[in-house]
Design a protein around this ligand. Structure first.
Ligand code: FES
Length: 576
């Protein structure tokens, strides 16, 4: 690909002329102290920043943006930083997922409306990576993701503790009476002790890994700790590289190919990635126009061993992962086993094979050999049956092996409020073999598809030593969570899916090996129940109403139907 003549760059529609409009565009920018030659046709690079005090995982992004800015200037570009909606996982209610698509609109429209030739996306906390990538994919400028990196390892009373994962463990210990409330509170500051995302292989680190596997981030992007100087160096190199991508006209769609998505799905299995990645990758693929389905997840992930021994499936944390060689070491192992497409091109212009050729593993406890995996079949499994005609997701590596084939009696909760009200009751009719069923927590039902699918076990069973049960819902679960948890049941209950028809005492059959999830109730009885079912009310107004009316089901990525696809970077008409 040859270099584009400067005057043809997109930004020149704003800056490259002598009309009243060009005067306005340049004059007001000069109030920022920009000299004349800033507008001479050099690549104009947006630094799309998801910094917010309300998103502690992204608290260091203003410093990171400065490093990108240095890189852009070094390469002869003009860096222009701009804010977009930030989505902090821990504070947003009812769930940050309700706002993923809204934030993607923010990114898409900001990119198209402004004089930008390329963009660096600063993303960290869970939804900020898919939201920014979805928005950017719908515009298709040259694009690089710079992830914020994970926080330092947690330590509490001599034990290594992981974000989220130990919250669930500690909460269960308090419920079981083996941890005091004082100890529970002491652990808070021991868990989160630096800037950066959750340091388990939760959704944020999974999406950072998948950004690298997709080729939209530089090698090593996934695992360098947030506070490591090498993260700043990577951001600076990304600033240089985005200028080069603009000069070479390498758009996001050149990187986000079918091969790239297939590589990402396989990498997700190898790292023991979050179930949320299924929804996010489907949505990103939908924006860029690459056909991708739940079947691809099952087929491509089926024989992938999980070789990264990180919580919640394993023992270590992201800091350990980086020191062990990070994602390039994992990808080299997969590539040498013929499990990745070697020809997929990354934002640095090199193929996957070239990028991982020198990768080394320095700790085989953390990044295991393929023949000594943490889990032999580590991919996410897609279940089907009369309970989930359009699919459901389970992460076998985070489940109890003995429960992967199980038949049990349903204990049904009609909503998360119903669950919270009854789960602690001593007289709850539940046994260790029961299956907990939670309804109305899907995209439309919650709304926003909250991370409540890993519902805690009844305290009376916890006190009896039960550590896992089969749980089924149309919800998601945190990537830091674990258990035999079936998620994303589609269609969801609020959309009239069969999940809505499950009643207390029904028998449910699960067989993960056969990818089978069946409600053992005859069809005539289900029809009778369907006739008596009515859809829940939808929000009266506001964004929540727009969302509920247009959100797609989980098996399609839970994007808004009118946002699917790429609308391009055509310069909007003049405003003055
Ligand atoms: Fe932000 Fe986990 S809460 S990454």
């Amino acid at each position: 690909m040859s270099e584009t003549p400067p005057k043809k760059r997109r930004s020149q529609a704003w800056f490259g002329g002598s009309s009243k409009d060009h005067f306005i565009h340049r004059s007001w920018m000069k109030s920022e102290g920009l000299p004349d030659d800033s507008f001479d046709g050099r690549p104009v690079i947006g630094i799309c920043n998801t910094w917010s005090d309300l998103t502690p995982c992204n608290q260091h992004f203003r410093q990171l943006a400065d490093k990108v800015r240095h890189g852009v200037l070094q390469a002869g570009g003009l860096p222009l930083e701009f804010p977009v909606s930030s989505l902090g996982e821990t504070l947003m209610r009812p769930t940050a997922m309700l706002y993923r698509n809204l934030a993607s609109i923010d990114v898409e429209e900001a990119l198209r409306a402004h004089p930008l030739d390329g963009v660096v996306l600063l993303a960290g906390c869970d939804k900020t990576t898919p939201a920014t990538l979805m928005g950017a994919a719908s515009v298709d400028l040259p694009t690089i993701v710079v992830s914020g990196g994970a926080m330092l390892n947690g330590r509490y009373r001599g034990e290594t503790i992981g974000s989220g994962t130990h919250v669930w463990k500690f909460a269960a210990a308090v419920a079981a009476g083996t941890m005091s409330q004082v100890e529970f509170m002491q652990a808070e500051s021991c868990m989160s002790r630096s800037a950066g995302v959750c340091m388990t292989m939760g959704t944020a680190s999974t999406m950072a890994c998948l950004a690298e596997a997709l080729g939209v981030a530089l090698p090593d992007n996934a695992a360098i700790p947030a506070v490591d100087s090498r993260r700043s160096e990577l951001a600076q190199r990304a600033g240089r590289q985005i200028v080069e991508m603009v000069r070479r006209e390498v758009r996001l769609s050149h990187i986000l190919t079918r091969h790239a998505f297939e590589n990402a799905i396989r990498v997700c299995g190898a790292i023991g990635g979050s179930t949320n990645a299924v929804i996010h990758l489907l949505a990103i693929a939908g924006r860029v126009g690459v056909p991708l389905s739940l079947e691809d997840w099952d087929r491509l992930g089926r024989d992938i061993p999980t070789i990264v021994d990180l919580m919640p499936s394993g023992r270590f944390l992201m800091e350990d992962f980086y020191y062990a060689g990070g994602l390039p070491a994992v990808m080299r192992r997969l590539l040498e086993a013929g499990l990745l497409h070697a020809d997929a091109v990354s934002v640095n212009g090199l193929t996957l094979a070239q990028n991982v050729a020198q990768a080394e593993c320095f700790d085989e406890e953390v990044i295991r050999p393929l023949d000594k995996p943490l889990v032999a079949q580590g991919g996410l499994a897609i279940l089907r049956g009369n309970l989930a005609p359009d699919g459901a997701v389970i992460k076998p590596s985070a489940a109890t092996p003995a429960l992967l084939r199980h038949t049990g009696r349903a204990v049904v909760f009609e909503s998360i409020e119903d669950y919270k009200q009854r789960i602690d009751a001593p007289d709850l009719a539940v046994e260790p073999s029961s299956i907990l069923v939670l309804k109305n927590c899907g995209p439309k039902g919650y709304p926003g598809m909250a991370e409540v699918g890993n519902m805690g076990l009844p305290p009376k069973l916890l006190r009896a030593g039960v550590t896992d049960m089969v749980r089924i819902s149309d919800a998601r679960m945190s990537g830091t969570a674990y258990g035999t948890v079936i998620l994303h049941v589609a269609p969801e209950a609020a959309a009239g899916g069969p999940l809505a028809l499950v009643q207390e005492g029904d028998m449910i059959e699960l067989d993960v090996e056969r990818r089978h999830l069946q409600l053992l109730v005859d069809a005539a009885e289900l029809e009778r129940r369907r006739a008596a079912w009515s859809a829940p009310a939808i929000p009266a107004s506001g964004y929540a109403r727009l969302y509920v009316e247009h959100v797609q089901q989980a098996n399609l990525g839970a994007d808004l139907d009118f946002l699917v696809g790429c609308r391009g970077d055509a310069v909007p008409r003049e405003s003055h």
